[in-house]
Design a protein around this ligand. Sequence first.
Ligand code: KIV
Ligand code: ZN
Length: 527
Amino acid sequence: MSTPDPNRVLIFDTTLRDGEQSPGCSMTQPEKLRVARALAELGVDVIEAGFPAASRGDWEAVREIAREVRGPIIAGLARCNREDIDKAWTAVREAARPRLHVFLATSAIHREHKLNMAKEQIIHTAVEGVKYARNLCADVEFSPEDASRTELEFLREVVEAVIEAGATTINVPDTVGYTVPEEFFEVFDYLKKNVRGADRVVFSVHCHDDLGMAVANSMAAVRGGARQIECTINGIGERAGNCSLEEVVMAMRTREALYGLRTGIDTKRLFPTSRLLSSITGMPIPRNKAVVGENAFAHESGIHQHGMLKHHSTYEIMRPEDVGLSRSHLVLGKHSGRAALRDRIKELGFEISDAELGRVFEEFKALADKKKELFDGDIEALVLRSEAGATGPWHLESLHASSDTAGTANARVGLRHADGRLLSQEATGDGPVDAAFKAIEVATGLVVTLRKFEVRSVTMGEDAQGEAVVTVEHDGRTYRASSVTTDIVESGVRAFLETVNQVEQGRALPGRAERRTSEAAVTASTI
Ligand code: KIV
Ligand code: ZN
């Protein structure tokens, strides 16, 4: 894809591929589709929807996104062999604008220790892979993996050869987060000036954050001529993560006078998209995270507050509303009507249908009865919960839990099954949450292993809502669910019951072991 406007930088989002493959970030197929839709609304140019050869589940998720999501280009990743490329192509071919993203490592370290291939073999395999992909798809991206540790002259040779073979985008990855801005600028500047055919392709950058420089390195690359940035929401990704989409986009926008570059991102959707991903993966956003962290626009010191009261520009380089973070914290109460709620939801950056609004309004009224004041975080939690859809077959009808300092804890849960059964079960445990989880296991007859139980407050104050994220294992598969209520025991119990529902419905997270076996089964040199 070419960029007719030389100052337009394409945003290639790889949250669903590089982000999703990192520990703690796995998503189910419906969750991936929700994220893909949010990315399309955010205005990304390319969604890398997954790595279809990694597992059957990955292939299906990419195919569904290619079928359902319109707007951005939908890319599928493939190693440089026919099996991978065929799998990626069958997954993306139904997209309105499909892309094949083919990669092969080029650095001496990878050539010797991983691939056991000489330089000539690397060039041959890369060229054959790109030609094969180009026969299937007009839009082919090539990535020389570990490019930042590849001999510059050899990198130029590889890039020239794949352009000749038909690649339309050349992505230069800093796979291990090793480079620094000055050096990476030189790499792009050199390739742009010395590669034959450089003017026929878009140069792209893909940075990891091992030394905390992924955003800075990406900015150096665009200064050197890159016009596509590969990044993820909240910077999730392998090890320390990838370049954070919200940070790199706001860096270009805030320093537009210096860089003269633009993206197609609707920045007001940054905050809601970031919250959506965090609520789906259960991966918290650090309070001090740039652009989307809770403290990113909070001013605590007296001198700063004084300055802010005089003029916001004294201590603020971006406006919170520009990233979709509304200033007002105290919002609605129990006398607020449906129209006020709809306006607030819109201001927070969410679009919901009338039917969804009806559901959210019911829950809003119930919550307003329990809480004096409703904050933006409360409204967000209601919307995100409603978007997640109804669950089942088990529903929580009642919960009584008690504990004392002597260490005794009891819980009684009342459950209703979709088939009409009503069950009540009591259990004792190591704290009320443990007791309630045990009661659910006995009542449903399903025993799971609790792997993680995390609780955080979504707003402030004594009556703040608590979000619980529960991760369990059953039969070697992992299940994760979250719930938000004003009572953290109830949140935990609802999230736990949801994981039991997922087990019953076979809605496990994609398994890492399954992916690794499938990845290892295909060698890199079969083309
Ligand atoms: O980091 C990396 O090198 C990658 C490639 C597959 C683009 O993720
Ligand atoms: Zn990567």
